[in-house]
Design a protein around this ligand. Sequence first.
Ligand SMILES: Nc1ncnc2c1ncn2[C@@H]1O[C@H](COP(=O)(O)OP(=O)(O)OP(=O)(O)O)[C@@H](O)[C@H]1O
Length: 279
Amino acid sequence: MTNGTEKSGETVAAPSKDGASEGVPAVQIRGLTKRFGTQTAVAGIDLTLPAGRFIGLVGPNGAGKTTTLSMVTGLLRPDSGEVRIGGHDVWRDPVAVKSRIGVLPEGLRLFERLSGRELLGYMGRLRGLTGTETDKRADQLLDILGLSGAQYKLVVDYSTGMRKKIGLAAALLHNPEILFLDEPFEGVDPVSAQTIRGVLERYTSSGATVIFSSHVMELVESLCDWVAVIAAGRIRADGPIAEVRGDAPSLQEAFLELVGAGHRTRAGQNLDWLGGGSR
Ligand SMILES: Nc1ncnc2c1ncn2[C@@H]1O[C@H](COP(=O)(O)OP(=O)(O)OP(=O)(O)O)[C@@H](O)[C@H]1O
């Protein structure tokens, strides 16, 4: 149930005091599909993700996580289906959607010949912030993400973890309502991971929504309060973590059962030639 109103087929969010949408789900996906040649990457996804949650999208390699996130954020056109962000259709109302979201895509392409500082300056202008506001926010983000010392270095010379962090800063600069992150912790050292975690927890504690994809179940279990499990382009389970975990001892165990990979955990038994001893 929402407290939004219907207007020419569009769900309009009832604005709260701070202008955020109340009651309307962060993301509503209906019948989403995508094929690449004969390969079906996303095979008809229906999913509603609530606002104000820390949400993990988990699934094995090739499950369709990146393809789904790319379509949800308007980076890839679906073959069929519909996506609404905060009640706005991603393809019919892209400006309303893009002003509300921040995205850290997989394999993020950045402007390599700008310094980290210049990149944030450019993103701030693109997002309609004043120079003064952009500078203030950039200073704070660079500081908290430990990038102040590297702010004048060209992005092309950044390490993998530094690229994730400057990408995150760029995605957060305009204070979006919903943040989409594709594998934000991959290639990130434990100290930087802790920093990113702190920033995201601060962000969600004030009512914003984070949706991120990951393979690391322990991370999802400790960070998220909501999870969607995807395998072979379909949603296998979604809901509050405790509900999806059910009676399983951990989310990892529940995940292996849900994606039908329980038997593969014993697959190493067949590799009797591998390891020390005869060559
Ligand atoms: N541009 C493309 N061209 C052809 N096939 C693609 C393309 N993008 C994705 N696929 C295929 O679609 C399927 C889903 O890929 P996707 O990258 O969405 O999975 P994923 O869950 O993000 O995987 P991973 O965890 O390994 O990153 C895979 O079988 C992949 O090979």
